[in-house]
Design a protein around this ligand. Structure first.
Ligand code: SAM
Length: 179
C-alpha cells in the first residue's frame, strides 16, 4: 500500500494504522524524532532505521537511540547513492523492509520527494510506504486518467524493477546497481 498525506496528524495516524509490533521501518526525514518515538511504540520488537541530514537531529536522535537499542540513526542526505546502498545492505541482512516513510518537509518540491520515494522503494521493496508531501497530494487529487495501473505493495510494481536510466542527468546521484 502507498499512502500520501500532508497533515502531520494524518501522517501519524497512518503510522498507527499500518505499523505492526515487529515491523522493520525505514524513516526518511526523522528530524528530532517525534514520529520516531511513535514508530518505536508501535514496533517495539522491530527495527527502525531513521535518517536526516539536519544538524538539529543529531543530539535529539542520540537521546532516542540511547534509550532504544532497536533504533539506528544515520545523519545523511537521502538523495545520495552511497546512503541508499548502506541502508540496502542493512535491510538485506535483516531480511526485509516492511514500511518506508518519506517526510522531507515542505521545502522540497514534489519531484524530489517522488524521486526519493521511487528509488528507495524500488530498492527496499517495502510492504507499505507513507509519503508526506503537499504537492504530491494535490497532484493525486487534481490529475485524472482513464487507464488503470495499480500497485498493491509499497513500491511501483509497474516500473520499480526497471532501474534508473543512467542517461537521465537529474538521476546522476543514483544508479541501478543496488539489488
Ligand atoms: C518535516 S521534517 C520531518 C518531520 C518528522 N518526520 C516528524 O514526523 O516529526 C522534514 C525533515 O526532512 C529532512 N530532510 C530534508 N531533505 C533531506 C535530505 N535530502 N536528506 C535527509 N533529510 C532530509 C529535514 O532535515 C527535516 O528534518
Amino acid at each position: 500500500m502507498i499512502k500520501v498525506v500532508y497533515d502531520i496528524k494524518v501522517y501519524r495516524q497512518v503510522l498507527r494504522d499500518i505499523i505492526k509490533k515487529d515491523d522493520v521501518v525505514v524513516e526518511l526525514g526523522c528530524h528530532v524524532g517525534n514520529s520516531t518515538r511513535i514508530i518505536q511504540d508501535l514496533s517495539p520488537e522491530g527495527r527502525i532505521i531513521s535518517l536526516d541530514n539536519s544538524p538539529e537531529s543529531v543530539n535529539a536522535m542520540k537521546s532516542i537511540t540511547d534509550d532504544y537499542s532497536n533504533i539506528e540513526f544515520i545523519k545523511a542526505d537521502v538523495r545520495l547513492h552511497e546512503i541508499l546502498e548502506d541502508v540496502a545492505n542493512k535491510i538485506k541482512e535483516i531480511g526485509r523492509c516492511d514500511v518506508l516513510s518519506v517526510d522531507l518537509g515542505g521545502g522540497y518540491h514534489p519531484d524530489t520527494t517522488f524521486k526519493v520515494f521511487f528509488i528507495w522503494s524500488s530498492t527496499l521493496k517495502p510492504r507499505d510506504t507513507i509519503i508526506r508531501n503537499r504537492g504530491l497530494l494535490d497532484f493525486i487529487h487534481s490529475a485524472s486518467t482513464d487507464e488503470l495501473l495499480k500497485s498493491e505493495m509499497g513500491w511501483l510494481e509497474s516500473s520499480g524493477n526497471d532501474g534508473i536510466p543512467p542517461r537521465l542527468k537529474e538521476f546522476k546521484l543514483w544508479s541501478s546497481k543496488i539489488n
